[in-house]
Design a protein around this ligand. Structure first.
Ligand code: FES
Ligand code: FES
Length: 160
């Protein structure tokens, strides 16, 4: 039997009747058409489906949709400001941390959650925090470099 879900996604109030056996990632992609969040393994092992829920990075492929009840959800579609990419997105592009791009939305959301909590992470902290994300293309060095650069930029911008 369907259940009534009330949630907020990228600042928008959402109410839907949903099948409670649905995974959150399928709700985002199939019901809300927010296909920026990717599905890799669907077993909680690759990080492609990472979103931010109530300020924390979570794997949306292993969460039942009703876990989103009354939550604040942020997906990659909610990151730009008035059409301008978030500095994390820009630094990933500049640093060549994107090739096929399949892992990228998850990595960027994981990075955002990390930098919101820890604006000055060490390279080791970045590596450890993002260790659940699998990227088959870039090698992880470019990703780490881009995260470090984005952190620097966000620190500078917060002092402007
Ligand atoms: S699709 Fe969710 S962790 Fe791989
Ligand atoms: S850029 Fe292709 S999997 Fe990461």
């Amino acid at each position: 039997m369907k259940q009534h879900l009330i949630t907020t996604v990228n600042g928008q109030h959402i109410e839907r009747d949903v099948d409670p056996s649905m995974r959150l990632v399928d709700f985002l992609r199939d019901e809300l058409l927010l296909t920026g969040t990717k599905i890799g393994c669907k077993q909680g092992e690759c990080g492609a489906c990472t979103i931010i829920m109530n300020g924390t990075a979570v794997l949306s492929c292993i969460l039942p949709v009703m876990k989103a009840m009354n939550a604040e959800i942020l997906t990659i579609e909610g990151l730009d400001e008035d059409g301008k990419l978030n500095p994390i997105q820009e630094e990933f592009i500049k640093g060549g941390a994107i090739q096929c791009g399949f892992c990228t939305p998850g990595l960027i959301m994981g990075t955002k959650a990390l930098l919101d909590k820890n604006p000055s992470p060490t390279r080791e902290e970045v590596r450890e925090d993002l260790s659940g994300h699998i990227c088959r293309c870039t090698g992880y060095k470019k990703i780490e470099d881009s995260v470090m650069k984005a952190a620097e930029r966000l620190r500078e911008e917060s002092h402007d």
